[in-house]
Design a protein around this ligand. Structure first.
Ligand SMILES: [Zn+2]
Length: 272
């Protein structure tokens, strides 16, 4: 029999929580490690909809990238929006488990999957974690000679799931691109790093007005701003295969499925 503890052990082996940022809250949010598990559902976010899917799928674990509980709760009062879904998960016997910045930083994790799909060679972490080989925030890599900003943006648009947020670009489409910095999810905070400004282009999500203008003024040739959800959702099918293989190897097989429900907050855009 497989238990939730077995799933926690497999997740820890793949995405060690020591790699998480100090402010983060990955790991088990709801559940009892003794619960039996036969099915695991993966989604990017814990929402009412992704929980419904997990229940309909017969899953005992909803494994997400974003933690279900992030800000401290003072109650599990169902009238509060932040408590409603975790409370419902507990009643339904669905454990809530996440791997967040630990999965971003892990070798082969969220950033590595995005960088692979973009086609980056010679990959290394943008901000390495000392003592942790190939682990760290973001990725830095290179494209073959002849690559351009326009060509890279078109490739990204092809490999990412489609969203209303689209793929928005700052810079000349003909700009030659060799070195690419990547950060899945919100990457504003890395925009002032010398290694990002030294790249030919920075690919991330949730870029705001001022930091973007400042980075271009500081010499960054191009910015590609994608959907936060899309930049991280790509990781889920890879994570599902890794989790299933790890549990199988440990002698604790489970059925694993991935939600393709788009939890990107944006539903449509009007092209001008
Ligand atoms: Zn994220």
């Amino acid at each position: 029999m497989t238990t939730l503890q077995d799933v926690l052990d497999a997740a820890e082996a793949l995405w060690p929580t020591r790699l998480a940022e100090d402010w983060d809250n990955p790991g088990l949010a709801v559940g009892d490690p003794a619960w039996p598990v036969s099915r695991v559902r993966l989604a990017l976010d814990v929402t009412s909809e992704t929980l419904d899917e997990a229940v309909a799928d017969g899953a005992q674990v909803l494994f997400t990238h974003h933690p279900a509980l992030f800000h401290p709760l003072r109650s599990l009062d169902a009238r509060s929006a932040s408590a409603r879904v975790p409370l419902r998960a507990a009643r339904a016997g669905v454990a809530l488990l996440s791997a967040h910045t630990n999965a971003d930083a892990a070798p082969g994790g969220v950033n590595a999957v995005l960088a692979d799909l973009i086609g980056l060679a010679d990959q290394r972490p943008l901000v390495p974690i000392p003592g942790e080989p190939d682990a760290g925030i973001g990725r830095l890599g290179t494209l073959p000679a002849g690559a351009t900003l326009g060509g890279l943006a078109a490739r990204i648009a092809r490999v990412l799931p489609s969203t209303a947020s689209q793929v928005r670009v700052s810079g000349d489409p003909a700009l030659p691109v060799r070195t690419v910095a990547v950060c899945s999810g919100a990457g504003d905070s890395l925009l002032t790093l010398p290694q990002v400004l030294a790249a030919d282009v920075y690919v991330t999500a949730d870029l705001r007005h001022h930091v973007s203008l400042d980075a271009r003024a500081a010499g960054l040739g191009g910015l590609i701003n994608v959907s936060h959800w899309a930049s991280e959702w790509l990781w889920l099918p890879v994570a599902a295969r890794q989790l299933a293989a790890r549990l199988e190897a440990d002698g604790h097989p489970v059925a694993v499925s991935v939600s393709d429900t788009r939890t990107d907050p944006w539903d449509f855009a009007i092209a001008q």
